[in-house]
Design a protein around this ligand. Structure first.
Ligand SMILES: [Fe+2]
Length: 393
């Protein structure tokens, strides 16, 4: 992203990655090769269960003598209360490993279940530093959407059901032991979910590569992720059976996960998580509605970087000035998300301007606020909320 040297930096990635069309059908052999214990708690969500993705995988595993219990009480924005239920199921089954098959919600729930089952307490104990993290039994992730990147990150975003507040649990022990990526599992994802999760992946690449904690490694992953996502997301939305586009999107979301998973996200996610916590807005949609205004806000602190982003994402050409490129970036992102069928902030159900002060406070309290490339205040968040609402970008 930038040619400047970043020193010092660290990078740690212990997750084994298996990426292959059809990998899910041979999950038994993959798990055996990685010496995963025979007793598994499978964590999934009701949508994935209904889509029929779980049954053949579980059948294959049972034939290979794996003892499976399925936990599917996973919400769109995963709740601490469900994680506690899952931990009880994990212990009752005497599970030796946890297998998440689903989107980010299932994976984040699974990570948190593994933590609670081994070390007790409630998710907020860990999010607020009241209880130390410790090693868990193996966490295996099989994503069924291209977006979250949670299969390679050290974090889990959990909503405290009582307060609607989103908490980020973040620690190296939450990095999965194994990630199995099979683009065939994403073929049946509906267009609206494909669009929202794909934009989430793009935001991971942008924020991970440009935030204050960015590193050369994150920038390399992020840049490649952007190059994969931009030409393929519309294709995957228009034709879900386009395996080439689905494969590129899953690879792009994986690389975006490796990008932000070693650095952080920033203000777009802070606003999106506030919105998702309060209204249960799908995470990718919540990201999309804030991306243009946050990029415009951030551009003033590093105009060359944002002009370069405009070129990378295909919204500007070489003959344009820096100002023209940044303007094309903001307009282009807004137009692109509209073309993907994603609504604006004003069009979202339940959103009301009288909640904006509360949303701004929630966003400001997010631990990723400090990572934003431009220092940002609670008042700035409030302004961005009003801009996104009134301008309909
Ligand atoms: Fe995200």
């Amino acid at each position: 992203m930038s040619v400047a040297c970043h020193c010092p930096f660290t990078f740690h990635m212990p997750t084994a990655i298996e990426f292959e069309a059809g990998a899910a059908a041979s999950l038994d052999r993959i798990l055996t090769a990685h010496s995963i214990g025979q007793r598994l708690l499978v964590v999934t969500d009701p949508g994935v269960l209904q889509a029929g993705l779980i049954e053949p995988i579980v059948e294959t595993l049972r034939r290979a003598n794996y003892e499976i219990r399925i936990f599917s009480a996973v919400a769109q924005n995963p709740r601490d209360t469900d994680c506690l239920l899952g931990a009880a199921q994990y212990l009752a089954h005497d599970a030796k490993a946890i297998l998440a098959i689903g989107g980010g919600s299932a994976m984040d729930t699974a990570k948190t279940i593994a933590l609670l089952a081994t070390h007790g307490g409630v998710p907020s104990d860990y999010a607020y530093g009241l209880r130390p993290y410790g090693p868990t039994n193996p966490i295996i992730c099989v994503p069924t959407t291209a977006g979250t990147g949670s299969e390679v990150t050290r974090s889990a975003v959990i909503t405290e059901a009582a307060s609607h507040r989103k908490m980020t649990l973040k620690h190296a022990v939450l990095r999965p032991y194994l990630a199995v990526l099979d683009p065939l599992l994403t073929l049946s994802v509906p267009p609206s979910v494909t669009a929202a999760t794909g934009v989430d992946a793009l935001v991971h690449a942008i924020e991970g590569a440009t935030c204050r904690k960015s590193t050369p490694i994150a920038q390399a992953f992020g840049e490649r992720a952007m190059q994969l996502i931009m030409p393929h997301l519309q294709r995957a939305v228009s034709d879900g059976r386009d395996l080439e586009a689905r494969t590129a999107m899953l690879e792009g979301s994986l690389l975006a996960g490796l990008c932000f998973g070693s650095t952080d996200v920033a203000a777009v996610h802070c606003l999106a998580e506030a919105l998702g916590g309060l209204y249960d807005t799908p995470h990718g949609v919540a990201n999309a509605v804030f991306l243009p205004v946050v990029m415009r806000f951030n551009a003033s602190v590093n105009r060359p970087l944002h002009a370069r982003l405009a070129h990378l994402l295909g919204f500007a050409c070489a003959t344009q000035t820096e100002d023209e490129a940044i303007s094309a970036l903001v307009d282009g992102i807004a137009r692109w998300t509209r073309e993907l069928g994603i609504p604006t902030l004003r069009e979202l159900p339940k959103v009301q301007e009288r909640d904006f002060e509360r949303l701004a406070a929630l966003a400001f309290a997010n631990t990723s606020t400090d990572s934003n490339i431009r220092p940002i205040t609670e008042r700035d968040y409030l302004t961005l909320l009003h801009e996104a609402y009134s301008e309909g970008l």
